[in-house]
Design a protein around this ligand. Structure first.
Ligand SMILES: Cc1cc2nc3c(=O)[nH]c(=O)nc-3n(C[C@H](O)[C@H](O)[C@H](O)COP(=O)(O)OP(=O)(O)OC[C@H]3O[C@@H](n4cnc5c(N)ncnc54)[C@H](O)[C@@H]3O)c2cc1C
Length: 383
């Protein structure tokens, strides 16, 4: 077995590490104005990723990108996770983020939706969660009912990231309530300026994210805007969510690496009762535990990404890296905060932001308890 990254990915890793250290960490505290990145900083960093040849790194070559596979993407996400200077759920400085489901659209749909997104002319949002259906999406109530030449959509979505700025939404609906998540959910491409679509309440969260509600009141969608066959919606959403879960794990690696770096550095320079913190076993053990967890998590994340690139079903690996990544990185940020004492609670240091962001990750894209319940079924099948 070979546990090392391929040479080109190791070079990419080093290049990105230097980029984060030199170009982003020094300005990370000023990178935001309210919930958004400062446009001047976003543009200047985007210019640098273009010069590094990393613009559209994850977009397949046939669509004009660099076609990095999942292992390569994990390397990028890990290094970007080391800074609070970038949005936690979308990096924004490597070009538009393309939802993987858009590559599976029909040729006609790609013309209207995928290509304009790649060119940066349109943006989208993914609308699955509802007020009474989050972790349990099969409980959704938004319906799409067949009518002449298309469907009429009625219902409401909740907590949708970028709903207020998106040009279109990928909307999950019920088309057969008896089948539920086993063939009863269908996805549609819905233009946000369609008659009957309105943006509702915008939530402020403890992170930068401000997701919104969307209301659908008799929204007509022509048949050609259905994504795949009727009843295939849930399958498509799972493709998207699996990739997202690897991203959680990879980002967690970066957060942990930075928190360990900061914890070690502070423990060396801060003395209490006549000795540096670094000489206290209580402090050493916090860092040792985080270091062991980081090594183990890295193997899990790289293995899941490697298997994904090999075309294997990584559903269960994705559950594991998401659960372990979110929890271990939160605990690592928590330990880093403890080592820093009062300084760890201030907004002059990035620790409190890592702590808030990683706590939020334990809820979005599948709360831990729900993923554990799904994994439990798997374990009882195997043994
Ligand atoms: C900032 C942010 C951005 C978001 N962006 C999007 C987006 O773009 N698109 C989208 O569709 N959604 C989005 N969401 C929604 C997000 O995915 C849901 O909040 C998440 O899936 C949890 O759903 P819920 O809040 O309804 O929790 P619920 O499903 O009500 O669960 C509440 C809690 O109950 C527990 N629980 C639930 N089920 C079980 C069980 N079976 N066994 C044991 N315990 C259980 C868990 O601890 C869980 O945290 C976003 C949410 C936030 C906060």
């Amino acid at each position: 077995m070979n546990f090392t990254l391929p040479e080109e990915l190791r070079m990419l890793q080093e290049q990105l590490r230097r980029f984060v250290d030199k170009e982003i960490i020094p300005i990370e505290k000023d990178a935001y104005s309210g919930p958004d990145m400062v446009p001047r900083i976003r543009e200047s960093l985007s210019q640098k990723t273009k010069e590094m040849g990393l613009w559209l790194y994850g977009v397949p070559e046939e669509y004009g990108g660099h076609g990095l596979g999942m292992l390569g993407k994990a390397v990028v996400w890990e290094q970007m996770g080391r800074t609070i200077g970038l949005p936690t759920r979308k990096a924004q400085i490597f070009g538009p983020e393309i939802s993987p489901t858009l590559y599976h659209l029909s040729p006609e749909q790609k013309e209207v939706y995928l290509y304009p997104v790649i060119r940066g002319e349109k943006s989208d949002c993914f609308a699955q969660t509802e007020p009474d259906a989050g972790g349990d999406p099969a409980a959704m109530k938004t319906t799409a009912v067949k009518c002449q030449d298309g469907y009429l959509i009625n219902g409401a979505k909740h907590f949708i990231t970028s709903a207020d700025t998106a040009d279109f939404a990928q909307v999950m609906t019920i088309t057969d309530s008896k089948k539920g998540s086993h063939g009863g959910i269908t996805a549609f491409l819905v233009d946000m300026d369609s008659p009957g679509v309105s943006i509702g309440r915008k939530e402020k969260t403890m992170m930068d994210d401000e997701p919104c509600d969307i209301h659908f009141d008799n929204v007509f969608v022509p048949e050609w805007k259905r994504m795949g066959a009727e009843g295939d919606g849930f399958k498509a959403a799972q493709v998207w969510i699996n990739q997202g879960r690897i991203r959680h794990g990879a980002r967690a690696l970066g957060v942990m690496e930075r928190c360990i770096e900061m914890g070690v550095s502070y423990a060396k320079q801060r003395s209490t009762f006549g000795k540096p913190l670094a000489e206290r076993q209580a402090i050493q053990w916090m860092l040792v535990d985080s270091y062991i967890e980081l090594q183990a998590l890295r193997l899990l994340v790289y293995q899941a990404a490697y298997k994904y690139d090999a075309g294997e079903d990584i559903r269960y690996e994705a559950y594991i890296v998401k659960m372990r990544g979110d929890r271990l990185s939160f605990e690592c940020a928590d330990k880093c905060m403890q080592i820093h004492g009062g300084a760890g609670l201030t907004t002059s240091l990035p620790i409190e932001k890592f702590w808030r962001d990683q706590r939020s990750m334990m809820i979005t894209e599948g709360p831990e308890e729900i993923l554990k319940a799904a994994l439990a079924k798997r374990i009882f099948d195997i043994y």
